[in-house]
Design a protein around this ligand. Structure first.
Ligand code: FAD
Ligand code: SIN
Length: 538
């Protein structure tokens, strides 16, 4: 299934050995790993290079570092498996943790500076929810993602065999007999459609955040690479598992920027509108309970107190700690007149991370030949039903590196007669008048209300009926603009997420069904998969 109908021979063509779609931590790391082995790489990004969720990451990156006597590989593996609630792939978790420690040393060698203890040479490790050790490294206080993104871009710029193309929107993968041969893209610089012919294609397009009205993710995160993988025949898995971050800034008109979990890790309290600290009513770990528990507790407290938000209270912490650990959060809040050293921060949960995605093996290969995936768009099994805080940057780093190496190691030129390809057989109708932004907002609102932190059969079925109605119209019409393609990707994923949430009639990790509040033991290690070829799922 293709969004854009075209004749290959009529498109401008560009040839590359390895195409990487996405320039977050996963795409950049894959590019560096492959470039070291002298392959010719083209890396594209739908907006500017410095885009996606990575530059927004705050809290840090979890790692077992040789310098840290309080931690061990086994401890980090156990914490990750526990958060994943019997749905992780243990081998993937072991790779994440063990290779993570090597990859962090790479980052340090490439010039990325992690914060140290009081200007000593010792790295400072902080704590986040559900971690049984202080193992989170961070940069410039709360700007870990920004520093890692810039450091990786700087490293990538050293390779003459990496060609970077910004403002290229990937629309459709081209696959012949289950083999990926490249991607149809829209070049927003020239207004032309192009075909990038590649021997290996690595998807690193990030998550799905913009499917939800409340999200921490930036505008460009619309699930494109996941939807295009599905359309070309790759299997998607674990789509019901969506992580909602407990604390995003809530102030009418202001963006929902993240108030990092490390704020609670450093001792911040959650209080309701009556100034009561409420988390211990819900879990013995209080503010440091797992993310899904805290998000549900906050939502419940908002209902109980008839309030649109709760508050984070840092007023008992030292001003110096707040200023050095959270300079960006402090300045962002100050813009809206909130001085977090003295005032409570209004917060509420928002969509944050997609545990599901494109199914891959441990080498990042999908079930389409020559198509790999890594980072948040992929699902290799490191997170299961819920991701442990600060394990995502680590995953992008470890599996981005693996994807780059695998693309190189399995590289093998083969020729396909591309000029025979013709996808213009069933032209779609062109839409006369249609408000794409309005349609996007409607999906976001529907997903937030019916497929959010709490779900049940009635709400999910209601959402499904509406989504299917909208989908029929959206996929039978042609949009010759980026935002229209994004909308088509979003409606495809919205339907699949709802179907997955309906199939899982239990509560586990981040997936909470009010009509099935218990975990089903017979579902341990059970995954729901979706493949366009298997219409039984649809
Ligand atoms: P991204 O960084 O999201 O990059 C996706 C890339 O794909 C972008 O370059 C985008 O332009 C490109 N792209 C997408 N679609 C297309 C298309 N159609 N065509 C061309 N290009 C495309 N995790 C942690 O471990 N620690 C943290 O402290 C942390 N804090 C976070 C804070 C915030 C506010 C957010 C939003 C997330 C945070 N996370 C954190 C999660 C983590 O940042 C992300 O999961 C991770 O950065 C994803 O990396 P990625 O490389 O897979 O994708
Ligand atoms: C945060 O800083 O709270 C985000 C950490 C994460 O998503 O892993």
């Amino acid at each position: 299934m293709y969004l854009k109908k075209y004749k290959i021979a009529e498109l401008l063509r560009y040839d590359t050995e390895i195409l990487i779609i996405g320039s977050g931590i996963a795409g950049l790391t894959a590019a560096v790993a492959a470039a070291e082995k002298k392959r010719q790489i083209t890396l594209i990004s739908k907006t500017k290079l410095n885009s996606g969720s990575t530059p927004h990451a705050q809290g840090g990156i979890a790692v077992v570092y040789p310098d840290n006597p309080d931690d061990s590989f086994d401890k980090h593996i156990t914490d990750t498996l526990n958060a994943g609630a019997d749905l992780c792939n243990k081998s993937a978790v072991e790779i994440l943790v063990k290779e993570g420690s090597e990859r962090i040393i790479d980052l340090i060698n490439w010039g990325i500076e992690f914060d140290k203890i009081n200007e000593t040479k010792k790295l400072h490790f902080t704590k986040e929810a559900a971690h049984n050790a202080n193992r989170i490294l961070h940069c410039s206080g709360d700007a870990t993602g920004r520093e890692i993104e810039f450091g990786l871009i700087k490293k990538m710029r050293q390779y003459e065999n990496i060609f970077v193309k910004e403002h290229i929107f990937a629309i459709d993968l081209v696959a012949i007999d289950q083999k990926c041969v490249g991607c149809i893209c829209y070049d927003d610089n020239t207004g032309q459609y192009i075909f990038i012919h590649s021997q290996k294609t690595i998807l690193a397009g990030g998550g799905i955040g913009q499917l939800y009205r409340e999200t921490t993710n930036p505008e460009e995160i619309t699930g494109d690479t996941i939807a295009m993988a599905y359309r070309c025949g790759a299997t998607l898995v674990d789509l019901e598992f969506i992580q909602f971050h407990p604390t995003t800034f809530y102030y009418a008109g202001a963006p929902r920027f993240l108030i990092s979990e490390s704020v609670r890790g450093e001792g911040g309290y959650l209080i309701n509108k009556n100034k009561e600290r409420f988390m211990f009513k819900y879990h013995s770990a209080g503010e440091l309970a797992a993310r899904d528990i805290v998000s549900r507790a906050i939502s419940q407290e908002m209902i109980n107190t008839d309030s649109a938000n709760v508050y984070l209270d840092l007023t008992h912490l030292s001003e110096k700690l707040i200023e050095t650990r959270f300079p960006n959060i402090m300045n962002n809040c100050l813009h809206y007149g909130i001085d977090i050293r003295k005032d409570y921060i209004p917060v509420r949960p928002a969509e944050h991370y997609f545990m599901g995605g494109i199914k891959t093996n441990l080498f990042c290969e999908t079930d389409i030949e020559d198509l790999l995936a890594c980072g948040e768009c992929a699902c290799v099994g490191t997170h299961g039903a819920n991701r442990l805080a600060s394990n995502s940057l680590l995953e992008g780093l470890v599996f981005g590196y693996r994807a780059g190496l695998q693309a190189v190691e399995t590289f093998n030129w083969s020729t396909v007669n591309l000029y025979n390809l013709d996808f213009a057989k069933t032209p779609l109708k062109k839409i006369a008048v249609y408000n794409i932004d309005d349609a996007k907002n409607s999906i976001k609102s529907l997903m937030w209300r019916k497929v959010g932190i709490f779900r049940n059969d009635a709400q999910l079925n209601e959402a499904l009926i509406t989504i299917c109605k909208w989908k029929e119209f959206l996929l039978n019409n042609e949009f010759n603009e980026i935002s229209g393609y994004e909308l088509q990707n979003q409606i495809i994923l919205a339907e699949l997420i709802v179907r997955a949430a309906l199939l899982r009639d239990e509560s586990r990790g981040a997936h909470y069904r009010t009509d099935f509040p218990q975990l089903r033991k017979d579902y341990n290690f059970k995954h729901f998969e979706f493949n366009i070829k298997n219409e039984n799922n649809r």
